[in-house]
Every structure is written in C-alpha cells, then in structure tokens.
Design a protein around this ligand. Structure first.
Ligand code: ADP
Ligand code: MG
Length: 313
C-alpha cells in the first residue's frame, strides 16, 4: 500500500472500506488504582490484504495493546476498529470465539506461551485443529503441510525442549496458522533470539506471506527488523508517527537496488506531526505560516514582528 492510496481511501466515503484492517482513532485507556494510562491515543492504521507490516516502537508505546485489540483479547475504549469485516469494538459471544479461532492467529514472544511442553511439534499444531473439530486425517495433513512450509518437516516428532529457539518460534507460527487465519499477528516474535536466528524467523514469516497469502502484522521494539519487511510504521505514544516504505528499483543499467523512504503520516483530518529537530532548527512553535505551492506546502516560522493575519485584538 502506498501513502497516496491510504489517503484517497481516507477521503472516500468509508475510511479504510477496502482495507483488511482499519483502525480509526483508536483509544485504549487503562485505569488502575486511580491512575489513568492512555496506551493508545487516537491511532489510525490501514492494512491491505496480503500486506506484511512491521510496527516498531519503544517499550510502552502501545504495541501490545494494539495487538491485543486486533486479536480480539481486548477492545478499544473509543474509536473504531475492523478486521475482515468484524467490528472489534462490539464483537462478543460465538462470533468472538470463531474470530479468535479462524480469523486471526497470534504468536507471542515467549514460545513457552505458544507451545505445550509435553506435546511434539506436530501435536502442538494439531491441537487447535482438534479443538475446532477437525478429523484425524485432516489434522495430520494440515500439520504436515504447515511444518513443511516452515522448514520443520524433520522436527515434527520433537518436543519444544528438543528444539532450538528459532525452531520453537517457527512451530509457534505453524500453530498460529493452523486455523487458516486471514491475519497472523506476532508480538515481538524474535525478542529473545540472536540476530541470525531472528533473520531465520523473519525468513519463515516472509515465506508464509508468499505461500499462503496470509496478511502479517509484526510488532517489535527492534528497529533493525524493519529492514526485513516492505512497510514499517513507527508507533509513538499510542499513535502512528511515521511510515517507511521499501521498494526495489531498477537503475539505468537494469540493476535492482532497494530504496527506502520515510514518510510523515497525515491523519484523516489532515493533522501532521513535524519532527522536533525541524521545529527546533527553524524555531517553529505555536503558530506557523502555511503556503500552498504548485507541488508542495511551505511551512514558515512566525517571526516576532509578524502579526498573524486576520487576527484582531
Ligand atoms: P508496548 O507493547 O509497546 O511495550 P504496551 O501496549 O504493553 O506497550 O503498553 C502501553 C502502555 O499501557 C504502557 O504504559 C503500559 O504500562 C500500559 N498498560 C498496558 N497494559 C495495561 C494494563 N492492563 N493495565 C494498566 N496499564 C497497562
Ligand atoms: Mg509489548
């Protein structure tokens, strides 16, 4: 997805009407012991089907809160959020159970929270299928297919303790995919892995994205993993603050290079955050002059001797 397409959707009748995931001004407030924490503060996010997206942000920026809402474990305090036509603010009962079983799959950071230690890799993958009522043959076919796709065919009979950290996380991905979800959500899936193993898990996620066309949203505090995906959005204080897109470009001699460009994010009512280093460099604060040029918008400091136009005292 490009910035311009997300903007044209925002201007259309329904915000994100053709997106698989649409978060519109999502707010999540936690109250504990008389203290209020605004974990999400009006977050806007559109994700198209088959996209593979990383959400990067410091610890405490609201990443897990967002994944909790997308996975149906939690709900927004205000704003709206839809995933594959399900309204995440109102969904409950049987719809919620079905949603968590077959619309989304979740991978957590610690594989001990994704896998049962006394079951083999194949049994761990079969478990959600058994809970959904699948027969023995179907379970065995599906778990075999998933373990093969994740490069684990020869590890099917091993228990988690017999597997490396990277293998455990790949089995966790297979478990999350068992119910053929439209969206795979991963919360710091490589948080406890070294760089090489982390690359291996990202390779597996990209393969899943290519092979099954599954939409993938990964959250992480590690900005270097951003180089592993085409689209990265940065979350700050519970809001998306910037977005980086990577694409392959052919130069004049036909050699492909990867170009990377960071964009500021314009929200649906036109708000834009100016980076603090830009504000400081030009002394931009409180009031700025805006000018519309033929191909860009200019932002100018308001000098002390300037009287803001049109303002009366
Ligand atoms: P991240 O995953 O980016 O580290 P979180 O989404 O876990 O961030 O948390 C965002 C903010 O919300 C933090 O300040 C955190 O302390 C707070 N928070 C998260 N969950 C709860 C909760 N259940 N109760 C109270 N505060 C919470
Ligand atoms: Mg977290």
């Amino acid at each position: 997805m490009t910035i311009s397409s997300s903007l044209s959707e925002a201007r259309g009748s329904g915000f994100g009407a053709d997106a698989l995931i649409a978060c519109d001004s999502v707010v999540r407030v936690f109250r504990s012991g008389g203290v209020e924490v605004q974990a999400l503060q009006g977050l806007d996010l559109l994700v198209q089907e088959k996209d593979m997206l990383a959400i990067v942000g410091a610890s405490g920026s609201g990443k897990s809160t967002l994944l909790g809402i997308l996975s149906g474990l939690d709900a927004p305090t205000a704003g709206t959020a839809h995933l594959a036509g399900h309204d995440l603010t109102t969904m409950r009962g049987a719809e919620l159970v079905r949603y968590r079983r077959s619309t989304v799959g979740l991978v957590r950071q610690q594989s001990s929270r994704n896998l049962l230690p006394h079951l083999t890799a194949a049994e761990n993958v079969s478990l959600p299928l058994a809970l959904a009522g699948a027969g023995r043959r179907e379970r065995s076919n599906r778990s075999g297919e998933l373990l093969r796709a994740l490069g684990l065919a020869d590890r099917a009979d091993q228990r988690p303790a017999q597997l490396s950290g990277g293998e455990q996380q790949r089995v966790s991905i297979a478990v999350a995919l068992a119910g053929s979800p439209r969206v795979l959500l991963a919360d710091e899936p490589t948080g406890q892995l070294d760089e090489k193993t982390s690359d291996e898990v990202f390779g597996a996620l990209r393969a899943v994205n290519d092979t099954f066309g599954c939409t993938i949203v990964i959250v992480t505090h590690d900005a270097t993993v951003a180089s592993q995906v085409r689209r990265t959005v940065a979350i700050r204080d519970g809001r998306i603050s910037s977005e980086t897109l990577r694409r392959e470009q052919l130069d004049a001699s036909g050699v492909a290079t990867l170009s990377e460009e960071e964009f500021a994010v314009l929200d649906r009512v036109g708000r834009l955050q100016l980076p603090s280093e830009y504000r400081e460099a030009l002394g931009l604060n409180e009031r700025v002059r805006l000018t519309l040029e033929s191909d860009h918008v200019g932002v100018w400091p308001q000098h002390d001797h300037d009287e803001p136009e049109g303002e009366t005292r």
